[in-house]
Structures are given as structure tokens and as C-alpha cells.
Design a binder for this molecule. Structure first.
Ligand code: NAP
Length: 297
């Protein structure tokens, strides 16, 4: 008789995120009950990039759902770097703004690194400023970048053991892969981390040894069944809109070949509904911390 395969457990980011949002909402209600103003999150949006528009809309909606004040500063793609830096100065000096994000990518004529460095680290709720990145490296209190922070929370809330496990992070971007590798190797998570990128040799074999794979490559269905060890935990960070004939005109998928990889996993995140909702929730958590001056006293 053939052994029945066990289904993997789906890590339900949507439900975990909504639980955390309820916790934030309660805290905000308490703040209002004490006669204080609510936390205020601002998003700066430059240009008309479709994905950026929808991310900012979602951040705005979810901020409002937890009771935050939410504002969006919209600018055309023709804004100069100087004008954008002036806006950042304004936000840095506005005592009614607790935290803000500048939605990336910015148009090519604007230096993203210069813009990020101009943000007051105390209001940098995306955790991209070099001071916050450095503090994270040294395990000092800092705003953690939203996506890696969301993944750590996801693993914790799903009770996934990470101590002593081998973890492969695919991708080394400043906003996902690199901070993810740092956070997984820190005390508390205690994984043994391998960070892979486009120059890595023997990627398939490295992945096939991993207890935990975190895929942030930016290529649809990159992680295939043969790259995954039996019983591994797979976290899919990728988001891709693939055109199809549906009413919406596209479907959303990740960096993992979900249907085939799931057959080998113990746990896996779906796309959508896995990492995505956790990213926004981490931004809300950081904003609440900024409001309460928890990171920088
Ligand atoms: P990115 O800046 O494009 O970085 C991709 C990384 O993957 C780079 O480090 C690159 O290596 C590496 N890579 C590319 N092709 C590779 C290959 N064939 N083999 C090994 N490594 C390879 O992307 P990102 O901003 O980190 O985003 C990654 C994915 O996550 C995207 O799909 C993005 O949409 C998604 N994302 C999702 C969320 C969320 O909330 N769920 C948030 C942010 C991003 P090199 O450094 O050598 O070029």
C-alpha cells in the first residue's frame, strides 16, 4: 500500500497580519481614550507606477483601519531631487508626523540612496536609513525593514523553529535579502544562514540542503521541487503579476513553483496571502513604535 503524502501547512500571513492589526487597533483606541492624537503615517509617492500606486493605497487603507492618521504626498515623476529633499525636510520637522516612507522606485534622475539618507532616522519607519541598518547589524534598537521584519514575525507566530536550522536566503537586495540574512542569524532566531545571489555557484545543491528557504529573487517560479529538501520550510517573498485572460487581466504568483514545491514542504507561504500582508503590518508596527518613541527615546 502506498504511503499517503502529508499536505504541507500553509503559513497564513493574512490571518496573522489581521491579528496583529487588531492588537494595534486596540492600542490606538486606548491612546484616543486618553485624549491623545493618533499616530500619523505619511507616504510620499512620486510618479504613476502601477505597483507603487497600489502599495501606497493599501498602506493608506490599512493605516486608517487601525485608527492612524494617514496622508499621501503625491508628486509627478518630473519632480526634481531638490524639491523632493525639501519635502523630506518638511516631514522631518513636522511634529505631527511620526513616521513616513518614500515609496520606491523613484524616477531615474533622483538618487534613491541620497533621498533615504535625508530621512530623519527617528521617522524612518521603512528601516532603510543607514543608521537604522547599522543599528540592526549591531542588534541595537532600530526600525527593522518591513518585509524581513514581517517574515521574522510570521515564523515566530507560526511557531516555526529556527534555532540551529540551516537557512538559505535567495537574493541580497538592501531591502529584503541582506537584512533577512542578518535577522535570521541574530540571537533569538539563531539560524545558520547562507546568502545566495546571481553569482552563487551550485545554488540548487545549496538550497536542497536547507531546512528553511527564503526566496527573494524576483523571478516567477524560480524555486522548483528539485531544489527543496523533504520537510523544508519555504517562505516566498516574490510578487509577480502574470497576465492572463481573467477579468482582472492578471494573476499573482511568487518566486516559488508553489504547486510542485508544496508537495515536499512541511510549511509554505502562499502568494498572495503569505509575506505580503506582513510587510504592511510591520510598517504599522514601526509607526506605532515611532509614535511611542520606543526606538529613539
Ligand atoms: P531585487 O532587488 O531585484 O533583488 C533580487 C536578488 O536576487 C538580487 O540579489 C539578485 O542577485 C538575486 N538573483 C537574481 N537572479 C538570480 C539567480 N538566477 N540566481 C541567484 N540569485 C539571483 O529584488 P527584491 O527587491 O529583493 O525583491 C525580490 C522579490 O520580492 C520581488 O519579486 C519583489 O516584488 C518581492 N518583494 C515582495 C515584498 C512583499 O511585501 N512580499 C516586498 C519587497 C519585495 P544580484 O545581487 O547578484 O543581482
Amino acid at each position: 500500500m502506498q504511503e499517503q503524502r502529508k499536505e504541507p501547512i500553509l503559513i497564513d500571513g493574512k490571518t496573522i497580519a489581521s491579528t496583529i492589526k487588531e492588537e494595534i487597533k486596540k492600542e490606538v483606541a486606548d491612546i484616543l481614550d486618553h485624549g491623545q492624537r493618533p499616530p500619523h503615517l505619511v507616504a510620499v509617492l512620486v510618479g504613476e507606477d502601477g505597483a507603487s500606486l497600489s502599495y501606497v493605497k493599501s498602506k493608506e487603507k490599512q493605516s486608517q483601519e487601525v485608527g492612524f492618521t494617514s496622508s499621501v504626498y503625491r508628486f509627478p515623476a518630473t519632480i526634481t531631487e531638490e524639491e523632493l529633499l525639501q519635502t523630506i525636510d518638511f516631514l522631518n520637522n513636522d511634529d505631527e508626523v511620526d513616521g513616513y516612507i518614500v515609496q520606491m522606485p523613484l524616477p531615474k534622475h533622483i538618487d534613491e540612496k541620497k533621498v533615504i539618507a535625508h530621512i530623519d532616522p527617528k521617522k524612518d519607519v521603512d528601516g532603510f536609513h543607514p543608521i537604522n541598518a547599522g543599528r540592526m547589524l549591531l542588534s541595537l534598537p532600530s526600525y527593522l525593514p518591513a518585509t524581513p521584519c514581517g517574515i521574522v514575525t510570521l515564523l515566530e507566530r507560526a511557531n516555526i523553529e529556527t534555532a540551529g536550522k540551516s537557512c538559505v536566503v535567495l537574493g541580497r537586495s538592501d531591502i529584503v535579502g541582506t537584512p533577512m540574512a542578518v535577522l535570521m542569524s541574530r540571537k533569538g532566531m539563531d539560524a545558520t544562514v547562507t546568502l545566495c545571489h546571481s553569482k552563487t555557484k551550485g545554488l540548487k545543491e545549496i538550497c536542497a540542503q536547507a531546512d528553511i528557504i527564503i526566496a527573494a529573487i524576483g523571478k516567477p517560479a524560480f524555486v522548483t521541487e528539485d531544489m527543496v529538501k523533504e520537510g523544508a520550510v519555504v517562505i516566498d517573498v516574490g510578487i509577480h503579476r502574470i497576465k492572463d485572460d481573467s477579468e482582472k487581466g492578471y494573476y499573482v504568483t511568487g518566486d516559488v513553483d508553489f504547486e510542485n514545491v508544496k508537495k515536499k514542504c512541511s510549511y509554505i507561504t502562499p502568494v498572495p496571502g503569505g509575506v505580503g500582508p506582513m510587510t504592511i503590518v510591520s510598517l504599522l508596527t514601526n509607526t506605532l513604535k515611532a509614535y511611542k518613541k520606543e526606538i529613539y527615546k
